[in-house]
Ligand binder design. Structure first.
Ligand SMILES: Cc1ncc(C[n+]2csc(CCOP(=O)(O)OP(=O)(O)O)c2C)c(N)n1
Ligand code: SF4
Length: 287
């Protein structure tokens, strides 16, 4: 039976810029969470973890269990939460700066160990909260506060990197295609293992890419998702450079089932009693 009374709103006033595409992402995420709850997941068993940035403000606006981590560190916090209580569905919301610059090693290692968490990167391709410096996915010639004459570096392709790191669910969404994004996030959360979704998210104040994306984005046919080579070919169709004329595929590129990293419960970690007490104390105090 549908539960019509799920209130995921908080009293906090949203401080995103008018027209920011984070408004679309939070709406989509609320729909996903409502679906999970209607399918039988306890609201208390869902945790959203964020870092610092415009994207990370999302947790202030969600009436859920949430955890605010440091800039670039939410993936490590999320892994600790998952290990502490494997029954939880743990979702990370973070920016491209935090995830692909400061926190990239955490992303790679979480993918490598296939820990069962979901990472949503709000990829506006700039450090937005600090008013527009270039990040790892900014295009060449990006003009921002730290590169007034245009950056010289080529962007990275985060999907290619996560695939190479043993990612078992590799996807790209677009904030302006909410229905498509909703189904992608739901599939990601249900995937038993590490799920990664790079969400193209125009920043209307510092890097408005919406016209560029609206012209180029197309939805993938999600066939043969277990072929590494096919996924790689599709992932390489677009190199994150704004100047390239190629279409931009969105959707699920790769999905395979592999053993996940996770002791079934804390007992399997073989922690000393003292460590267990400290861990429970820490989790309780920071709840
Ligand atoms: C280790 C560290 N480096 C830098 C900062 C300063 N800082 C705070 S938010 C931010 C930008 C966030 O950009 P991004 O992660 O892309 O998220 P967005 O604001 O674009 O959503 C920066 C550089 C910080 N708080 N901690
Ligand atoms: S700076 Fe960009 S990402 Fe941040 S709230 Fe404004 S439009 Fe959104």
């Amino acid at each position: 039976m549908l539960n019509e009374n799920i209130n995921l709103d908080t009293y906090a006033e949203k401080t995103w810029c008018p027209g920011c595409s984070n408004f679309g992402i939070i709406g989509t995420l609320k729909n996903v969470i409502t679906s999970l709850i209607n399918e039988g997941t306890n609201k208390e068993d869902i945790v959203v973890v964020s870092g610092i940035g415009c994207s990370s403000k999302i947790i202030d606006y969600l009436n859920l269990n949430t955890f605010s981590s440091l800039h670039g560190r939410p993936i490590s916090s999320a892994q600790g939460i998952k290990i502490g209580n494997p029954n939880l569905k743990v979702i990370v919301c973070a920016g491209d700066g935090g995830t692909y610059n400061e926190g990239i090693s955490h992303l790679l290692h979480a993918a490598k160990r296939n820990i069962d968490i979901t990472v949503l990167v709000h990829n506006n391709r700039t450090f937005a909260l600090t008013t527009g410096q270039f990040t790892a996915t900014s295009p060449q010639k990006f003009k921002g506060k730290s590169t007034p004459k245009g950056s010289v570096e080529k962007p990275i392709n985060p999907l290619e990197i996560v695939l190479a790191a043993n990612g078992t669910f590799v996807a790209r969404g677009y904030s302006m295609k909410p229905k498509h994004l909703e189904s992608l996030i739901l599939k990601g959360i249900k995937h038993p293992g590490f799920s990664f979704i790079d969400i193209l998210q125009p920043c209307v104040s510092f890097f408005d890419t919406s016209d560029f994306y609206n012209e180029k984005i197309y939805e993938l046919d999600e066939n043969n998702l277990s072929s590494y080579q096919e996924a790689l070919n599709k992932i390489r169709e677009w190199d994150y450079n704004t100047s390239s004329d190629t279409p931009i595929p969105i959707g699920l590129f790769y999905k395979v089932d592999k053993p996940t990293y996770l002791p079934k419960n804390l007992k399997e970690l073989n922690l000393s009693n003292e460590k267990k007490v400290n861990l429970y104390k820490f989790l309780k105090e920071n709840h």
